[in-house]
Design a binder for this molecule. Structure first.
Ligand code: CO
Length: 211
């Protein structure tokens, strides 16, 4: 247990620091959360969502999993999205991938890792859909970085295609879905400039006629 004690010690110091800056810090943040943003990111410990964008508790709703995948049938992802959009009324949904993502790398290789291979299948599908573009990139690192970007773009669309986002748009709720990539080497975010905020931006096969 000794290796966990440090976490409680850190927690104690954090509480002291926060209440030192503002005596009511916890009283305030324990009130209703009111985040403007939902972050879909990778579980990677080097990509700490709140810290990267400088937000406090209560300001960012977060869902993280291996390689920031948003499968349209995954109840964890769908439940997070529904709560964020329908109840918390977030204005922006951000899918943030990162260069150097181990999950994306594994999806480009043929090693048998076990159960996670089934999860990474979603990224293999992205690769297969963009094989021509990817295999025209001869530099391995650049090809890998492009797959990181394409995976983000795919997950952005998966989110837009959900009933949750389409129903929000149908009731004129303002919510946009964005794709970003984080560089662990520089600490900087890159906007992939894909921003969806209305159903007329969607391919017709995915568009639902919502009364
Ligand atoms: Co990752």
């Amino acid at each position: 247990m000794r290796d966990l004690k440090i976490l409680f010690d850190n927690n104690q110091k954090w509480v002291e620091r926060k209440t030192g800056e503002n005596a009511d810090y916890f009283k305030n943040s324990a009130g209703q959360q009111d985040p403007l943003y939902l972050w879909i990111g990778c579980s990677d410990s080097r990509v700490p969502a709140n810290e990267i964008v400088g937000l406090e508790p209560g300001e960012l709703f977060v869902c993280r999993n291996v390689a920031n995948v948003f499968p349209h049938t995954d109840f964890n992802c769908l439940s997070v999205l529904e709560y964020a959009v329908s109840i918390l009324n977030v204005k922006h949904v951000i899918v943030c991938g990162h260069y150097g993502c181990g999950g994306v790398k594994a999806a480009m290789e043929d090693n048998h890792l076990g159960l996670v291979d089934n999860w990474l299948r979603h990224i293999r599908d992205v690769y297969a859909a963009h094989r021509k573009e990817l295999e025209a990139i001869h530099d391995q690192k650049k090809r890998y970085e492009r797959l990181v970007q394409l995976n983000v773009l795919r997950q952005v669309l998966n989110i837009c295609h959900t009933t949750i986002v389409q129903e929000a748009w149908a009731r004129k709720q303002k919510v946009s879905v964005h794709g970003w990539v984080y560089s662990m080497e520089t600490g900087k975010l890159e906007d992939l400039n894909c921003c969806y905020s209305a159903s007329d931006q969607l391919e017709s096969i995915y568009k639902l006629k919502i009364e």
